[in-house]
Design a protein around this ligand. Structure first.
Ligand SMILES: Nc1nc2c(c(=O)[nH]1)N[C@H]1C(S)=C(S)[C@@H](COP(=O)(O)OP(=O)(O)OC[C@H]3O[C@@H](n4cnc5c(N)ncnc54)[C@H](O)[C@@H]3O)O[C@H]1N2
Ligand code: MOO
Length: 422
């Protein structure tokens, strides 16, 4: 990305804005939740394994447990016959006294069942034939040698007792739940979800659901931001739209700062006569972190600290609001949710069509990315105007067009983020 010099110390590049925000976000406190509520949360402590996994030596196949020495010389010409000395099923205990001193026998065994000490191979049932001894006792006939340890999972081979396998700051998903449950952990230490107030601002905003009065639009961003916060592991407190007025905005900001861990306002942040966000924060003696981000859309995006908390002020145009959400808010919220990895992963792709809008700042356009011949191709979406929402339907990427020049040409290499993946 071409570097653009900030013309004002409160005008920040995207990277600078992220680092300022991340630095200000507080570490969350932790709490315990039941295992069934752990998915979607963030692990609040390193977890050492309280038990060995598997907890005992076990068979990995249905078949017969043997001492490998018993079948060492077996071949199709000289098969070995072993008497079946008993049966061990999954769930049976590990007291194998009757089998310990027996030699030259096989034990019928099933996947997941404990293997007695001294028995060091399991032969799959498909590899043997059933027969009888001279005395009429059930036997197996084995016509090949077995490798020592074959089809046996040793105690602790998966996770030795005491080993740390899951670390603080990890997002808990289904795969981590499998580990927690395997270790018998019923109560999981997690970080408390950050509570984030979402305040849409604008006289024109109405709740979806009612009929639309002339000159009004439905509040889309309040819902979009709340939905994204939930996806990021935060708990949104969504405000009803606040009218464009200094006192109203200031009052709601104060209430939000008292109730939430951080605040997001949407709209009213630009230079119009009725854009009151900056004046409201100034009147509250909020300290600006940045008052402009060198990006488009969303150039007026700002952030402040007030009453010890962070307030992020996003632009009202839906694609500007979205860019602020993905490029700045996402990382700040992940940090506040306790995640230790919250960097943005940029991928390299190639534009299939031009994006003609020249821009003094990096431009973040909604696009459709697809794989072809081992590279990512990026199709810009039509009507990607800042105030439009239809482009969200097909967009699976946010592509960065470097600052300056006349936009981007077909074939140009660009960086992009994937968006909207589960
Ligand atoms: N003279 C100038 N005018 C504008 C500039 C500028 O530099 N000089 N910047 C433009 C740019 S770029 C943007 S982006 C907008 C940003 O304005 P705000 O962030 O203050 O947002 P609003 O003016 O309140 O709203 C902009 C637009 O978005 C609609 N909106 C607002 N909130 C919502 C919502 N919750 N859901 C759906 N749509 C929303 C609002 O109705 C407006 O159409 O300023 C430009 N102007
Ligand atoms: O920069 Mo404005 O943020 O929508 O185009």
């Amino acid at each position: 990305m071409t570097a653009v010099l900030a013309v004002d110390s409160l005008h920040a590049s995207v990277a600078k804005a992220v680092s300022l925000l991340v630095k200000e976000m507080r570490e969350p406190a932790s709490e315990e939740v039941p295992l069934e509520e752990a998915a979607g949360r963030v692990l609040g402590a390193d977890l050492g394994s309280p038990i060995a996994l598997p907890p005992f030596r076990r068979a990995a196949m249905d078949g017969y447990a043997v001492r490998h020495a018993s079948v060492a010389g077996a071949s199709p010409e000289r098969p070995v016959r072993l008497e079946i000395a008993g049966e061990i099923r999954s769930g049976d205990g590990t007291d194998h006294a009757p089998y310990l001193n027996a030699a030259g026998v096989a034990i019928r065994i099933f996947t997941g069942a404990p293997v007695p000490e001294g028995y060091d191979a399991v032969i799959m049932q498909e590899m043997v034939s059933l027969t009888k001894s001279a005395g009429g006792k059930p036997c197996i006939r084995v016509d090949r040698a077995a490798a020592k340890g074959q089809h046996i999972a040793e105690r602790g081979e998966d996770i030795p007792e005491g080993l740390s396998v899951l670390y603080r700051g990890t997002a808990i998903r289904a795969k981590e739940v499998a580990i927690l449950a395997s270790l018998g952990i019923r109560s999981v230490p997690v970080y408390r979800k950050p509570v984030i107030a979402v305040i849409p601002i604008g006289d024109e905003l109405e709740h979806p659901g009612g009929s639309l009065s002339p000159g009004k639009i439905y509040d889309a961003n309040g819902y979009m931001v709340s939905a994204r916060l939930r996806e990021l592991g935060a708990e949104p407190l969504q405000w009803a739209p606040v009218p464009d007025g200094l006192l109203a905005i200031q009052g709601e900001m104060r209430r939000a700062l008292a109730e939430a861990d951080a605040v997001i306002t949407i709209g009213g942040v630009s230079v119009g006569d009725y854009d009151y966000v900056r004046r409201a924060v100034d009147a509250m003696e909020g300290r600006p972190l940045f008052t402009k981000v060198l990006m488009r859309p969303g150039t007026p995006t700002s952030a402040y600290t007030a009453e010890g908390k962070v307030m992020m002020c996003l632009s009202g145009n839906p694609s500007a609001c979205f860019a602020g959400l993905e490029l700045l808010v996402r990382q700040a919220v992940l940090k506040a949710a306790g995640r230790t990895e919250y960097g943005t992963e940029w991928l390299d792709g190639r534009l299939v069509d031009a994006i003609k809008k020249p821009c003094p700042y990096p431009r973040f356009a909604r696009a459709f990315a697809y794989r072809e011949n081992k590279e990512w191709l990026i199709e810009p979406l039509h009507h990607d105007k800042s105030g439009n929402v239809a482009a969200f339907a097909r967009a699976n990427a946010l592509v960065c067009i470097p600052a300056g020049g006349g936009g981007a040409a077909p074939g140009q290499e660009v960086r992009f983020l994937t968006i909207g993946k589960s």
